[in-house]
Design a protein around this ligand. Structure first.
Ligand SMILES: *Cc1c(COP(=O)(O)O)cnc(C)c1O
Length: 397
C-alpha cells in the first residue's frame, strides 16, 4: 500500500504504528505484536557502529532494551501524530513524564512558573525533588498578568495545564505561548485532558506537551503510561538523553495495550463527551446544583476559549452542590454506577469527592461552602447514569 497522508486524526490513528510487511512473504499482522526484549543483538560490529552513528545524528536507534523496540516506536509515532510533534518519549506513568520534562529541561538555579490549577502531585515533585536540586517554583493563576508578576531573571519554564485539574479552568494557551516566547521560557503543557485528540498545545504555540496515557489513550483503566512530545530537535535530544540516563522504561506489553486502546480513542472520547453533556443538562435543572464545571457546557466561563481552541470535549466534569460535607458524602456513597475513585479516561464512570484543601491553592476556586464532586462520565447509558444521580441526590437530602 502506498504511503497516504490522510488529513483527519481519526484516520491517522488507524494507519499509524502498524507492523511492517515481511520482506520475504510480503505479509504482516494488522496489529504490531508486543516486542519484549532487554537487549538487542547485532549481525556484526559494523551494524552496531552504524547504529551508534545514527544515534549521534539524533535518530531513534535501539542498541539496548531500555529504549524500547518496534512496539514502543509505534506508540511514539501515535503520540507524535496526536500531538503534532516530531518526537515522543515514553515514560512509565504520566507523573514520570512530568518529572522527565522538568529534569531534562531545568538546571540548578532555574525558576519555574507553574499554573496553580496544575495536577496536584506536581507540588510534591517540587517539594521532594526540584527544591533539593536547586530549582525554585512559583504558583499563580494561569494568566499572563499573574505569571508576569512572579517572573524573575532566572525564570526558564512556564508549566501549565489546560483545562486545569479538578475544576477544568480553561487557559489561553496561545496568549501564554506568545508570552513564553517573548521571555525565552520553555512552555510545557500537561495535555492529559485533550490527549492530542481534542486539544493540541504544540499547534497553539507550546514547546512541550505532556500526556498521561493512563487516562484516555489507554482508555481501559488497565495500564499506566506517559509521554513527552516535542517538535524541536534540540528539546528532543535533551529529553532522549535524560530519559536514557534516568533509566525510564515502559514495558512492551503496556506499550502494546496503549496502542490497542488508542485505536478507539476517537469514539470513546466522543461518546463520553456526549454523555457528559447529557449529565450536565440534567444536573443544571437540579436545585442542589450551584454550578457545573465543564468547558463544553455553555455556561462555563471557559466556554469561549474552549470553542476557539478545542475540537471536542471529554467525560470530565465537576459539580458544586449545595450540600454540606456530610450530605455530599451520603450522595457519593449512594451512587451505584459510579466507582468511588481517582483517575479518569477509562470506559467506566467514576466519582471523587474533592477535598476542599486540594482546591485552596486554585485561584479559580471561590469557597462558598459548596461541596465539589468530580465525575468521570464513562460509556454507560447516560439515562442510567442520570437515574443513579437522581437516586443519590434523593438519598443525600
Ligand atoms: C492522572 C494525571 C497525571 C498523572 O498520570 P499518572 O499516569 O497517574 O502518573 C498527570 N496529569 C493529569 C492532568 C492527570 O490527570
Amino acid at each position: 500500500m502506498a504511503e497516504s497522508n490522510p488529513a483527519h486524526l481519526d484516520t491517522l490513528l488507524q494507519h499509524t504504528g502498524l507492523a511492517e510487511f515481511d520482506s520475504k512473504t510480503g505479509a504482516a499482522p494488522v496489529a504490531i505484536p508486543s516486542m519484549r526484549t532487554s537487549t538487542v543483538r547485532f549481525r556484526d560490529l559494523e551494524a552496531l557502529d552504524a547504529a551508534h552513528a545514527a544515534r549521534a545524528r539524533g535518530e531513534r536507534v535501539v542498541t539496548y532494551g531500555r529504549v524500547g523496540m518496534d512496539t514502543h516506536a509505534a506508540l511514539e509515532d501515535v503520540f507524535c501524530k496526536l500531538e503534532g510533534g516530531t518526537r515522543a518519549v515514553l515514560a512509565p506513568s504520566g507523573m514520570a513524564a512530568i518529572s522527565l520534562a522538568m529534569m531534562a529541561l531545568l538546571n540548578a538555579g532555574d525558576h519555574v512558573l507553574v499554573a496553580d490549577c496544575a495536577y496536584g502531585p506536581v507540588r510534591t515533585l517540587d517539594a521532594a525533588v526540584l527544591q533539593r536540586f536547586g530549582v525554585s517554583v512559583s504558583y499563580c493563576r494561569g494568566t499572563v498578568e499573574a505569571f508576569e508578576a512572579q517572573r524573575r531573571p532566572e525564570t526558564r519554564m512556564l508549566y501549565v495545564e489546560s483545562p486545569g485539574s479538578l475544576l477544568f479552568e480553561m487557559l489561553d494557551l496561545p496568549a501564554l505561548a506568545a508570552y513564553a516566547g517573548e521571555h525565552g521560557l520553555v512552555m510545557v503543557v500537561d495535555n492529559t485532558w485533550g490527549s492530542g485528540y481534542i486539544y493540541r498545545p504544540l499547534a497553539l504555540g507550546a514547546d512541550v506537551s505532556v500526556v498521561a496515557g493512563t487516562k484516555y489513550v489507554g482508555g481501559h483503566s488497565d495500564l499506566m503510561l506517559g509521554a513527552v512530545v516535542v517538535k524541536d530537535a534540540a528539546l528532543a535530544k535533551k529529553l532522549t538523553d535524560i530519559h536514557y540516563a534516568l533509566g525510564l522504561h515502559v514495558s512492551a506489553d503496556d506499550a502494546w495495550l496503549a496502542l490497542r486502546g488508542v485505536r478507539t480513542l476517537p469514539i470513546r472520547m466522543r461518546e463520553s463527551a456526549r454523555n457528559a453533556l447529557e449529565v450536565c443538562r440534567y444536573l443544571s435543572q437540579r436545585p442542589e446544583v450551584a454550578r457545573i464545571y465543564h468547558p463544553a457546557w455553555p455556561e462555563d466561563p471557559g466556554h469561549a476559549l474552549w470553542k476557539r481552541d478545542c475540537t471536542g470535549s471529554n467525560g470530565m466534569l465537576a459539580v458544586a452542590l449545595k450540600l454540606d460535607q456530610a450530605a455530599a458524602r451520603r450522595f457519593v456513597n449512594a451512587l451505584q454506577l459510579f466507582g468511588i475513585g481517582y483517575s479518569w479516561g477509562g470506559f467506566e464512570s467514576l466519582v471523587q469527592l474533592v477535598d476542599p484543601n486540594a482546591l485552596k491553592p486554585h485561584g479559580y476556586w471561590s469557597d462558598d461552602g459548596h461541596a465539589i464532586v468530580r465525575l468521570h462520565i464513562g460509556l454507560e447509558s447516560p439515562a442510567d447514569l442520570i437515574a443513579d444521580l437522581e437516586r443519590a441526590l434523593q438519598a443525600a437530602a
